[in-house]
Design a protein around this ligand. Sequence first.
Ligand SMILES: [Zn+2]
Length: 180
Amino acid sequence: MAVLRIVKYPEKVLKTNSKRVESWSQDLSQLVMDMFETMYAVSGVGLAANQVGIPLRLAVIDVRPNGKSKKIVLINPKILGLDGKAEDSEGCLSLPGLYKKLERAAKARVLAYDQKGIPWEIRGRGLLARALQHEIDHLNGKVFVDRLPFMQKIRVQKEIKRYQPIWQQQVRPRLTTASS
Ligand SMILES: [Zn+2]
């Protein structure tokens, strides 16, 4: 398993409408495992494949209900239904440190395939409902700040500018000892 580099906003792949997964290979299973490891390494609750530079309709989630780990794999997910409204603070591993209150549906029902190609339906409320909507947005080339009301979206760009030098440092490739 490997911890992958997480793409930071505004890298282009985050704005890409990701392609459907067409084949369930060993490579896909490996990618799923690496994405979980990458997400756990930074204490995230969700990670989409384009956040590790791969524009495929694949995301992983683990919101640890009652502190217990529960791995959720979403391949080619489709929202079947959204219900109610809930406002909560939201952040993203591609915009680390930035949190904003955002209104989303309170409940979500999603159809997806797992890493073995088996279709399954998931119903989420609370943090899980939010994570499902957040990750599916990623697959459609959207990040959470794109969903903020217009004026807030303009204001947040200034904040993002302040964060960017830090984010760019985090993405700089690590120097090997030989070149230091
Ligand atoms: Zn995100």
